[in-house]
Ligand binder design. Structure first.
Ligand code: DAH
Length: 356
């Protein structure tokens, strides 16, 4: 019996899976198992022999059974341990780094400009990029024969054969939004209109599509002095310092008088710096809104007057962030976007100090 015991306990210990355990069970305790056969022998024994062998065999059977059960549990535990080891996941690890996109300098600067003018009480208005000839030109006192039309390198849309209405245009400036805003709101009004504009022009500081922000302030007591204050206030808030500007008398059909503003800068080995050097970059046009423009927008010029301006967003973005070539803004070169782009969390606010 001792031999049987050590044989089967040894086999159980050596079994490496459930099937092997079952084989051991059948060999020991199955119908024809070695221990089962021994149990059958009990019948042939004398009562005295049986009194000794019976309990001993039963004890052996119990011992083998519990060894089988224990081994089964141990194998299941080992299998679970192995699974836990191989399928283990550390949920406290940081996620894999992912390339996040960046905010384009034009978007960033548009937000900066909006924050500054909002602080001075200007709302934001918008108009369509495909504009009628009336809003883009006529209402702004640029009639059909006016040289400004030719100078603007306008993109015209196509009209069907025999349709002699003037073609729509890709707006050449944001000034038509002045008219739309005055029509919609009347006077008094204080609003800016940022957006895309289009002209057939291409060099280091010109692209066929670029961005402007229009400004408009109309009331009963607005003067050129207010215009100058607003522009200087804007420029120093935007550049974060007092920048050197040059106000030049100029001419626009939609303003009288008119002024253009340049900013002092220097181009140096592929970079541009504000506030030094002998170069001037024109960044905006402005003036007192022409009475004919007010009248075109159904505002009485004998009661109301005001100023307007149009700023080149791309221009001031180039100057503030030292970007020498405007064309790169629209090349969608990922290296450029990563270099000049802004973090999505870098939201421009006045109290946050805009962007540096
Ligand atoms: N629309 C002009 C341009 O695109 C800029 C401009 C000049 C806008 C004077 C104005 C203004 O509102 O008063 O060149």
């Amino acid at each position: 019996m001792e031999d049987l015991k050590s044989k089967y306990l040894g086999l159980i210990a050596a079994a490496s899976d459930e099937a092997a355990i079952e084989d051991v069970r059948l060999a020991a305790l199955g119908k024809k198992g070695e221990i089962s056969l021994q149990m059958r022998e009990l019948g042939k024994m004398s009562p005295e022999e049986r009194m000794v062998a019976g309990p001993a065999l039963n004890a052996l059977k119990d011992e083998i059974n519990s060894a089988l059960a224990a081994k089964k549990t141990a194998l299941a535990d080992a299998a679970l341990d192995e699974r836990l080891r191989s399928e283990w996941l550390d949920v406290t690890l940081p996620t894999r780094p992912r390339r996040v996109g960046s905010i384009h300098p034009i978007s960033q600067v548009t937000e900066e400009v909006t924050a500054i003018f909002a602080d001075m009480g200007f709302a934001v208005s918008e108009g369509p990029q495909i504009e009628s000839d009336w809003y883009n030109f006529d209402a702004l006192n640029i009639p059909g024969h006016h040289p400004a039309r030719a100078e603007m390198d306008t993109f015209y849309t196509h009209r069907a054969e025999g349709d002699d209405r003037p073609p729509h245009v890709l707006r050449t400036h944001t000034s038509p939004v002045q008219i739309r805003a005055m029509e919609a709101q009347g006077a008094p009004i204080r609003t800016i209109s940022p957006g895309r504009v289009y002209r057939a022009d291409y060099d280091q500081t010109h692209t066929p599509m670029f961005n402007q922000v229009e400004g408009l302030a109309i009331d009963t007591d607005i003067s050129m002095a207010n215009l100058k204050w607003v522009l200087e206030e804007f420029l120093s808030a935007f550049f974060g310092t007092k920048v050197k500007t040059r106000f030049r008398a100029s001419h626009f059909p939609f303003t009288e008088p008119s002024a253009e503003v340049d900013i002092q800068c220097q181009w140096n080995n592929g970079s541009v710096t504000v506030g030094e050097g002998n170069d001037w970059l024109e960044v905006l046009g402005s003036g007192m809104v022409h009475p004919k423009v007010l009248a075109a927008a159904k505002i009485d010029p004998s009661i109301y007057q005001g100023f307007a301006f149009g700023i080149g967003i791309d221009r001031i973005a180039m100057l503030k962030y030292g970007i020498p070539d405007l064309r790169a803004f629209f090349d969608s070169d990922l290296r450029w976007l990563r270099h000049y782009g802004f973090s999505a969390l870098d939201v421009p606010t006045l109290h946050g100090g805009l962007s540096r």
